[in-house]
Design a protein around this ligand. Sequence first.
Ligand code: CTP
Ligand code: ZN
Length: 151
Amino acid sequence: MKTKELVVSAIENGTVIDHIPSDKLFQVIKILNLESCTDQVLFGNNLESQKLGKKAIIKVQNKFFETDDINKIAIVCPTATLTIIKDYEVVGKRVPSLPTEFEGIVKCYNPKCITNHEQVTPKFRVLDSREIKLQCHYCQKITKEETLNFL
Ligand code: CTP
Ligand code: ZN
């Protein structure tokens, strides 16, 4: 008989963020500000996934993210799914959807934009709920998937 163990241990209470493309793991860690998290954070990278080829998973003890934070994940990886765990049981699922506006995370692609020259945090309006079309608050130029670079 084959036994299947979890590569990353189960958690008692908190949030599991799954189906993260491997190359986006550290971006998600940054967006959720997990560097400054004092509770247990577990992660695995380059795990087998039928859908994504290689995927990453993050498990954060005692953390239940706000919708605003969850939605920021969609800017980096719309495929991510969140599972809410209480007393070792799955009690809910969340999926990120693009926010209507946000600050930071992404660079404005316009090289002349003030955000690329001064200490000004980029700020965007999201023009489309399905694809990346981010209008800069300062120069009005639109950053798309092809021109997307992270801060
Ligand atoms: N999980 C965990 N700790 C628990 C319960 C579940 O870390 N106490 C993790 C599982 O390892 C899995 C994720 O939470 O990675 C989702 O659990 P579950 O919904 O049971 O798995 P699936 O049905 O495979 O969910 P999905 O299709 O969303 O991957
Ligand atoms: Zn700009």
